[in-house]
Design a protein around this ligand. Structure first.
Ligand SMILES: C[S@@+](CC[C@H](N)C(=O)[O-])C[C@H]1O[C@@H](n2cnc3c(N)ncnc32)[C@H](O)[C@@H]1O
Length: 340
């Protein structure tokens, strides 16, 4: 087996360095949610800065996530281009690379992945209805103007309801990229066990998988076409204080769509609180996780340790579901027995 010492481990380190030590052509799926390069959420992500509530609320007098800086996108591109080149090397031919991003800097992320040599196959849209509205009223700034109170009131009335150009953000784009297949899709699948999508994985009301994904009930029509069912248990754990935890159901869905081989390896180079790794483990597959903050590694390990205990109880439900990966249940038993 390739990457023997790294398989089923969460590794502490800078991804750019750790990725260089992963064997070429060895990874089936990379699923990741990198720093979005908004405010302090960049490649120098420091646990204390991000997790300290006082600091999190306001960045230079603007609420977090609202600082607009044209350099952010450029910095994101040049860093992510290096990451994507490493990922290109370690993916098997036909291997998939899914990367979340923000609507504002998606173009930089997708261009970095494209320029690193990957084939851009699609853009998934994770849809949700709940988020904080970011647009700001100008009343605070009008109050500070050196004009009469009467003129201040006139300005406030004139611009009533008009706010800075930030709406309530209700989707996240996810690029679906692929390392080119070796020969035809069929030849690649026979040789490398990766490269096609499992269309038996249904969404909503037994529908063909779509590039719009939601894990929340929205309304009858949307749920029917796009809903991914959530796991029944509380999925993130009470101890999980990571700020940007992704839905487990979403990660499971993406892995189920793409991972064919019973020993497939799913890598997340920015694993945070471990959601991708937990999803892969739940599906009986292998994972490698990397994160630069030791505090998040602890959270990942705690979640991963809990997973077998929870899953043993719901094993029957899991076996009843058709994951399309036929051998995984026996592998799942093995992993649970080893871990307990
Ligand atoms: C958006 S979060 C991932 C959250 C994850 N999807 C989850 O569900 O918990 C991005 C993660 O990247 C990590 N990170 C930032 N820069 C990094 C680097 N250079 N190398 C490795 N990890 C890094 C941060 O510590 C953070 O946990």
């Amino acid at each position: 087996m390739k990457n023997k010492k790294k398989i089923n481990k969460i590794i502490l380190g800078d991804s750019l360095e750790v990725l260089k030590n992963i064997e070429s052509n060895s990874i089936d799926v990379v699923l990741t949610d990198p720093p979005y390069f908004l405010d302090k959420l960049d490649n120098n992500w420091k646990y204390d800065n991000v997790n300290n509530n006082k600091n999190q609320q306001v960045i230079k007098s603007l609420p977090s996530g609202m600082k607009f800086d044209r350099e952010q996108g450029k910095k994101f591109y040049s860093w992510y281009f290096k990451i994507a080149k490493e990922i290109f090397k370690i993916l098997k031919p036909g291997g998939f690379f899914f990367s979340f991003s923000s609507p504002r800097l998606y173009h930089r992320m997708a261009s970095a992945v494209d320029d690193a040599g990957m084939d851009i196959r699609d853009c998934f849209l994770w849809l949700y209805t709940q988020n904080q509205a970011k647009a700001m009223s100008l009343n605070h700034f009008i109050e500070k103007l050196d004009i009469t109170s009467k003129n201040k009131e006139r300005l406030k009335n004139k611009f009533k309801g008009w706010k800075t150009p930030q709406l309530k953000s209700c989707f996240e784009p996810i690029v679906m990229a692929q390392k080119s297949v070796d020969g035809t899709f069929l030849n690649n699948m026979i040789k490398n066990d990766i490269g096609l999508l499992n269309t038996e994985i249904k969404v909503g009301d037994n529908m063909f998988p779509a590039n719009i994904l939601t894990v929340d009930n929205v309304n009858e029509i949307i749920d029917k076409a796009f809903l991914i069912k959530k796991p029944k248990k509380e999925e993130r754990g009470d101890f999980n204080i990571h700020k940007t935890v992704k839905p487990l159901a979403l990660c499971e869905h993406i892995i189920k769509l793409t991972a064919f081989y019973k020993d497939a390896v799913v890598l997340d180079p920015f694993v945070g609180s471990g959601t991708t790794a937990v999803a892969a483990k739940k599906l009986g597959l292998n994972y490698i996780g990397i994160d630069i903050n030791p505090e998040y590694i602890d959270i990942s390990l705690e979640r991963l340790n809990g997973i077998c205990k929870i899953d043993r109880k719901v094993k029957q439900n899991i076996e009843n579901e058709n994951f399309g990966i036929k051998v995984q249940n026996s592998l799942f038993n093995l992993i649970c027995e080893e871990a307990i």
